[in-house]
Design a protein around this ligand. Sequence first.
Ligand code: SAM
Length: 232
Amino acid sequence: MPRIAKGAVPSPNIWHNPQIYELENRAVDPDGVIDTAIRSVRPWTGATILDIGCGTGYHLPGYASDAARVIGVEPHPDLAALATRRCAALPNVTVQVAAAQSLPVPDASVDVAIARWAYFFGPGCEPGLKELSRAVRRGGAAFVVDLDASRGSFGEWFRAAVPAYSPRLIEDFWSRQGWNRLELTPRMAFTRRPDLEAVLRIEFTPAVSQRAITETEGLEFPYPTLLRWRLF
Ligand SMILES: C[S@@+](CC[C@H](N)C(=O)[O-])C[C@H]1O[C@@H](n2cnc3c(N)ncnc32)[C@H](O)[C@@H]1O
């Protein structure tokens, strides 16, 4: 049995509930504001893209439709197997079991590295940042997309569910790294109320998810997001 790659930070939402996480991925950002922002900083048509922490590979086919080559890296072997299966018919996609701290790519071989919903890039992730500097070639860029827990109802729910989480400390860490930042507010929009409730239940503790469900009317809510990047 393959092991979870060293350095992986547990991700209970997708590790334990990949099918519900799939519903979440489908619901996030129907307007494409995140990809539009990334592509306006560093276009990826014809590029080599590295998706770090690709999970079940939800974003790989989208990248592969414009990029020359896409490499998904995921430390959890079961999720990496799902990503491989999802992309089996796409000749320009490969998936490898690995973590951000030890990327399985040659030096200066990547144009665009993207880590999405990447809580593992934060205080203590210096080995991963060093790997990015090694792997991304001159003219390339690295992006980290993550929840902005300092804003909105979603941020409040997250802070209530994870009281030890400090948006201030995360921000201080990134400002010391000298990365750029952009606040985005994509929608998380569902077609069925049971899907919205199932997703809120995998994101928070039972008490906080109940509160989030009660406070959310209809089928969507804003999803405060931070896009961070560095050009190489
Ligand atoms: C919240 S999920 C997001 C998955 C995927 N990016 C997506 O958008 O569907 C975070 C992923 O990061 C992976 N992960 C955790 N620690 C990691 C590390 N040190 N390096 C790379 N990936 C990591 C987890 O296994 C999980 O699949």
